[in-house]
Design a protein around this ligand. Sequence first.
Ligand SMILES: CC(C)(COP(=O)(O)OP(=O)(O)OC[C@H]1O[C@@H](n2cnc3c(N)ncnc32)[C@H](O)[C@@H]1OP(=O)(O)O)[C@@H](O)C(=O)NCCC(=O)NCCS
Length: 209
Amino acid sequence: MTEIAIYGAGGFGREVNLIVQQLIKKGFPYHFLGFFDDEDKSSELGKLYLGNTETLNNWNSSISIALAIGDGKIRKKVIERITNPRVEFSKVVSPHAIFNDIISIGTGSIICAGANLTTNIQVGEFVVINLNATVGHDCKLDNFSSIMPGANLAGEVNLKECAFVGSGANVLNGVEIAENSVLGSGGVLTKDLESNKTAIGVPAKIIEK
Ligand SMILES: CC(C)(COP(=O)(O)OP(=O)(O)OC[C@H]1O[C@@H](n2cnc3c(N)ncnc32)[C@H](O)[C@@H]1OP(=O)(O)O)[C@@H](O)C(=O)NCCC(=O)NCCS
């Protein structure tokens, strides 16, 4: 039996908990402990609030963590702060996600209900593919990249580390989003986006921030 907890007790954390509970109902050998969050959530969650990063770093038995944080840059920072060797990270895949082929998925990634992935796709570590997002053939999603609800990646799209595709956005065939860059909600990205930029609109254009 794996002791599992969710890091991140916000809305996404509750959504990830739904997946965990569905997996438990299906017979996955998980024992759900509760939530970690750096904000004190004890009044909201009672005993299901387990504590903050320091509590996790002092946890004295094996524990598996599902990292339920929407923004990959924050996921990366959190990972760097978790130093306890007893902590492992869970891959959490909704039973309602659609896999049309065998797809490699890295440690700590979360795939939500309705996500639909076709063929020859590489999903790195700590990637989030949110509700009803589609990922076409030959896409490569590097560590800490994120695809928000209802976004679509055509074929051969590359998301570099911490790239973020907003809800309902579309990335056209063969396009790359470089490190730490963001495609805003509803945008249509027609050409490569360089690193550390935000682009919005149809077709998406870079905005200065
Ligand atoms: C693109 C984005 C990152 C910009 O965030 P931001 O830097 O905080 O920008 P602001 O909210 O200050 O908006 C700046 C301007 O861009 C506009 N804007 C923001 N997001 C936009 C979008 N996706 N498309 C078109 N215009 C947008 C705002 O209306 C505002 O315009 P104004 O200056 O004329 O008032 C953000 O709006 C976005 O789309 N995030 C993705 C959210 C998402 O998918 N969440 C998933 C939750 S599950």
